[in-house]
Design a binder for this molecule. Structure first.
Ligand SMILES: Cc1ncc(C[n+]2csc(CCOP(=O)(O)OP(=O)(O)O)c2C)c(N)n1
Length: 519
């Protein structure tokens, strides 16, 4: 009997696996059944169920940020991809390596206007650095190889591959060989020379670090430059992955608020941009600038987001003759908060003391964030992952994926109560997979930041509609109950002492925990 040919679906899965994909965050449907069956045969790829596609895409983002290799998502046609969109947007801004596998109707079925037929390409394009739709089973593996290479090239990006159902079920010619990964581009020598000239001029200068430049090797090169020239180190407001803590060279975060950001950048003669773009305000406000650098400041791009910022910073440090730097972040910490009232500063103080070395902190604590960032600067060395694209509902999924990528590291997920409710189903995946994630919910029962922004954009005085739309009490959310319903043990705390105790216990236990902090 002739051996049965490998399906297109299996050839896709085997190709992804050969390209380094080891996890697939999935919420499949009928059009993906052959891909699901293939997951049974390609055991190297771990299937992880998410109960909403925004959890799958956010988890793949957290995974990719920490693993440095792409996870796959498995999504159900246009509606599944649409549900994944907001967190794909965040991952797109983070330039996370990721491969979306989106099922579609069989090619002949697609034009017939069946209920689930839609314009998948139009949903995918704004959140995909690379996009293709497989034409048939024989070409699908080659498309998958191109997808995984695109996701890994230029430092990372989102590749979206649509797999029509018949491309999954028909016979293939087997998996395709992995394609070469294009590394981030080297910066032109002139860019290093121009930055060196700027830094030698002696005028007030800052380096703005983003992308790969917020990671250890680049931070060390930046610290050498700072020590040799007196330049200040500033990092993007929302870095994809910032290495920080005691002993790691420290950059100051560019503040979120326009007026504070412009003040932080005021008076600079030069701003040297590394691994990111020139800074812009999060929103426009009447009478305030959108570009944050002082108009009198010369902005030099040393390395853009697709370029090798680490090598550029190292070349710049060498060009300046900068010796190995003594500038490392100190271990100063505020100390345990004791018995005070519970607020973000007290929570930050407790975290700073108790965070274990090598922890991964996912920060979607919105208005609570700034005091916690400040308090934890001298905590044991850790990674800090932020909301890169401003689309909330990202924190719990990113924490989930980071824990899948790094099973030996503690994950601490700092989460606003409003943001939590977008993708609260993440807790269920954390329980099912036994992930070591401690979630702290900042239960202020409001969209506090919107209250604050209302006045800043110059809107009329706060009226009943704002009252109605910014408060999330009535009914009060019971996060301990919600967590219990998804298999995650939780506790509610109302003072700093109880928070410290709860955090200590949660960090000591493996597996998911939730702390609802009434702030
Ligand atoms: C997808 C998406 N929808 C809506 C918003 C607008 N938005 C920004 S912050 C926010 C509320 C955040 O509330 P919470 O997480 O409780 O934090 P708090 O402001 O209370 O600190 C909303 C609705 C957004 N940024 N992204």
């Amino acid at each position: 009997m002739a051996a049965q040919a490998m399906t297109g679906a299996e050839s896709v899965l085997r190709t992804l696996s050969a390209g380094g994909v080891q996890a697939c965050f999935a919420n499949p449907g009928t059009s993906e059944m052959h891909l699901v069956a293939a997951l049974d045969r390609v055991r190297e790829v771990r299937p992880v169920l998410a109960l909403f596609e925004g959890v799958a895409s956010g988890a793949a983002d957290g995974y990719g940020r920490m693993a440095g290799i792409p996870a796959a998502t498995l999504l159900h046609l246009g509606p599944g991809l649409g549900n994944a969109f907001a967190n794909l947007h965040n991952a797109y801004k983070a330039r996370t390596p990721m491969v979306n596998v989106v099922g579609d109707h069989a090619v002949a079925h697609a034009p017939l206007n069946a209920p689930l037929a839609s314009d998948i390409a139009s949903i995918a394009r704004p959140v995909s650095h690379w996009y293709a739709s497989a034409r048939d089973a024989r070409g699908a593996a080659a498309d998958a190889a191109a997808a995984v290479a695109a996701a890994r090239s230029h430092g990372g990006g989102i590749a979206t591959l649509v797999v029509p159902a018949d491309a999954g079920w028909e016979a293939s010619a087997g998996p395709a060989a992995a394609l070469p990964v294009v590394p981030p581009g080297a910066v032109p020598g002139g860019a290093v020379d121009a930055a060196a000239r700027a830094l030698r001029s002696g005028g007030p200068t800052a380096l703005l670090l983003g992308g790969a430049a917020t990671r250890g090797p680049a931070l060390r090169a930046a610290a050498r430059i700072a020590a040799a020239t007196g330049a200040r180190l500033i990092h993007d407001t929302f870095p994809a992955r910032l290495e920080r803590g005691a002993g790691i060279p420290r950059a100051q975060p560019l503040p979120y608020l326009t007026e504070m950001a412009t003040e932080a950048l005021a008076g600079l003669e030069q701003l040297v941009v590394c691994g990111t773009q020139a800074p812009v305000a999060f929103f426009a406000y009447p009478g305030r600038p959108s570009r944050l650098a002082d108009p009198a400041t010369a902005v030099e791009v040393l390395a853009g987001p697709r370029e090798d910022a680490t090598a550029a910073l190292e070349a710049l440090a060498d060009a300046l003759g900068a010796p190995e730097s003594p500038l490392a972040g100190d271990a100063e910490r505020p100390g345990l908060p004791g018995d005070r009232a519970l607020d973000a500063a007290a929570i930050g103080a407790a975290i700073a003391e108790l965070l274990p070395e090598g922890a991964i902190v996912v920060d979607e604590s919105v208005t609570a964030s700034a005091p916690i960032v400040q308090a934890t600067a001298g905590a044991a060395p850790h990674d800090w992952l932020t909301l890169t694209g401003g689309a909330i509902g990202q924190g719990l999924p990113v924490a989930t994926g980071a824990a899948v990528a790094c099973p030996d590291r503690t994950v601490l997920s700092l989460e606003g109560d409003g943001s939590a409710m977008y993708t609260i189903q993440s807790l269920w995946t954390q329980a099912r997979e036994g992930l070591d994630v401690t979630t702290v919910i900042f239960a202020n029962r409001s969209y506090a930041i919107l209250d604050f922004e209302l006045a800043r954009v110059g809107a009329e005085a706060r009226g009943p509609a704002a009252e109605e739309l910014f408060g999330i009490g009535r009914p009060d959310l019971d996060f301990v109950g919600l967590a219990a319903g998804m298999g995650v043990p939780g506790v509610r705390v109302e003072d700093a002492q109880a928070f410290t105790t709860a955090l200590r216990e949660a960090l000591a236990e493996r597996g998911p925990r939730l702390i609802e902090a009434r702030v």
